[in-house]
Design a protein around this ligand. Structure first.
Ligand SMILES: [Zn+2]
Length: 279
């Protein structure tokens, strides 16, 4: 629907870490830690990487810095009452690519993760342009975890529900803030989820790729319902909707064919903003 495709530079630069040359000073090797999942970040380990400054983004290419800063600004304006200090995380190697959210208010967006998403999932067939959707979607997923931490829900009966709800929020954001069509979202989310690379895709912890897609679709259709009916939801109401849907629509739906959503005509920006979620 929207042609808000931006030009991301797909060139992956090798991160030029300063102070990485340790030939003269063989410090004792720090242990590594399994930081599986996007809530598992821990500092102080050999694989923790280097956390960049808060809310300034250095992806080594200025147009990418600008793209990311703009998207963070848009999401900060969307997620009312949900603070997040956003940092670039310079992972120690591509294998450690990830994005994280933490209870203490941070979102760490991996440098390697960023370029992995751009390289692997952002290409638009028949075009030299790249889609912002994969990066936007991952950031919205992490902000969804910040919602969970901030409001303080702890009623998840399975570990995967926390992750599926973050996917639900990601789809919700894509509908309410950006009015993407499902066909566009599905192309990208399906590739990311099915790759098994995103958050170490273990069904126990993150749901199956089908469930993750179902969750994003449920979030999107919730946003489209709000737009079509001029209904506003608080975070707690959205959480209840997710909890209702997680058992059937999200947990059990097996078809990869989803009905396309229909947005109202003549959407007004100010009216849409009034529907953004609140505490
Ligand atoms: Zn997550």
């Amino acid at each position: 629907m929207k042609n808000n495709v931006i030009l991301l530079a797909a060139v992956a630069l090798i991160a030029g870490f300063s102070g990485c040359s340790k030939k003269d000073n063989p410090a004792p090797q720090k242990p590594t830690k399994d930081m599986a999942g996007c809530q598992g970040y821990a500092s102080g380990y050999a694989n923790s990487g280097i956390v960049g400054a808060a809310n300034t983004f250095d992806f080594k290419i200025s147009q990418n810095n600008q793209f990311f800063a703009e998207e963070v600004g848009i999401q900060r304006g969307f997620w009312n009452g949900i603070p997040a200090e956003v940092h670039v995380l310079y992972e120690p190697a591509e294998d450690y690519r990830n994005a994280y959210a933490s209870p203490d208010g941070k979102i760490l967006f991996g440098y390697e993760m960023f370029y992995y998403l751009v390289r692997s999932f952002s290409k638009i067939s028949g075009s030299n342009n790249l889609s912002p959707l994969p990066v936007d979607g991952v950031l919205a997923h992490e902000w969804g975890h910040r919602v969970q931490f901030t409001v303080g829900w702890n009623d998840y009966t399975k570990p995967s529900y926390r992750e599926l709800e973050a996917d639900f929020f990601s789809g919700y954001y894509m509908g309410l803030a950006k009015q993407w069509l499902w066909g566009q979202i599905q192309t990208y989310y399906n590739a990311i989820y099915a790759s098994g690379d995103y958050y170490y895709n273990s069904p126990d912890h993150h749901g199956t790729p089908q469930q993750r897609l179902n969750a994003a679709y449920a979030g999107l259709t919730t946003a489209v319902y709000e737009l079509n009916n001029n209904v506003h939801y608080t975070y707690n109401q959205l959480h209840s909707i997710f909890n209702q849907k997680v058992h059937d629509e999200i947990g059990a739906r097996k078809s990869s064919v989803f009905p396309e959503v229909v947005y109202p005509k003549n959407l007004d920006k100010e009216k849409i903003k009034q529907l953004y979620p609140t505490l």
